[in-house]
Design a protein around this ligand. Structure first.
Ligand SMILES: *[C@@H]1O[C@H](CO)[C@@H](O)[C@H](O)[C@H]1NC(C)=O
Length: 233
């Protein structure tokens, strides 16, 4: 029953839009890195308080050096330690794209030369595009800079996934509108944001069970069972 419900959730998600996701366990809390290098990256941050972000991501056609397309980086912060989460990315079927998501804890990302290069390249490009107001806003977001917290880097690759006779579309794929959603799992079983859908389905299932019992009782029971038994006495 539980399994059936869970697979039904998955199906519902896919019915609404194209969805790709990554599931991970958050790390333990740690103090912010001493040199505050995470803040200087100026990445868009998702947390339980700000768990949805709507944006446009630039895709590119896969190449030998970038088999998954163009990379984008986000920061996940302030998650409950050692808890199961997922990040979903949803986009419209009219913008054929394949996404590839992966979360890395800070130590892993900083210890891997390739990830670190990718992260800093992305950050530099972002610095150039951000306005002064954007930068100020991003730097002011930290309320309590010295508290321990959980940090993860979220890597999202976007690859254009279509063929067109239009040269413009084939050389510069247009940005894809996406929703990026951070979701904590309840009891490590299903995502919190789908809880109301889950309850609705359970109510529906229980209701249907009683209703079917009632209907079959009506059908099985002869209309005047008591009278018949009296006559045969
Ligand atoms: C090619 O696609 C672009 C972007 O959608 C559009 O502006 C342009 O008119 C198209 N060109 C042709 C020849 O259809």
């Amino acid at each position: 029953m539980k399994l059936a419900l869970v697979s039904l959730f998955a199906f519902l998600q896919y019915a609404v839009a194209n969805v790709e996701k990554t599931v991970f366990i958050s790390p333990t809390a740690q103090p912010p890195p001493q040199d505050a290098s995470i803040d200087n990256l100026l990445l868009v941050t998702l947390s339980e308080g700000v768990s949805t972000f709507r944006t446009e991501l630039e895709p590119s056609f896969p190449t030998k050096s970038e088999p998954h397309g163009t990379v984008h980086w986000f920061l996940l912060e302030g998650l409950r330690p050692t808890t199961r989460y997922e990040v979903r990315i949803c986009w419209m079927a009219t913008q054929p794209t394949s996404f590839f998501l992966q979360a890395y804890d800070v130590d892993t990302a900083f210890a891997n030369a390739e990830l670190l290069t990718s992260l800093s390249d992305y950050s530099y490009k972002r610095h150039d595009k951000l306005t002064e107001a954007d930068k100020e806003l991003l730097q002011r977001r930290k309320a309590s800079p010295n508290e321990d917290s959980t940090y993860l880097f979220l890597q999202i690759f976007a690859a254009a996934d279509y063929y067109s006779l239009n040269n413009t579309l084939m050389t510069t794929p247009p940005p894809v509108a996406v929703d990026i959603i951070l979701d904590r799992y309840i009891f490590n079983i299903f995502p919190r944001s789908l809880l109301s859908t889950g309850l609705y389905l359970v109510l529906l299932a229980v209701g249907a069970w009683f209703l079917s019992g009632w209907i079959s009782a009506l059908l099985v029971k002869p209309p005047n069972a008591e009278e018949i038994s009296k006559k045969t006495d």
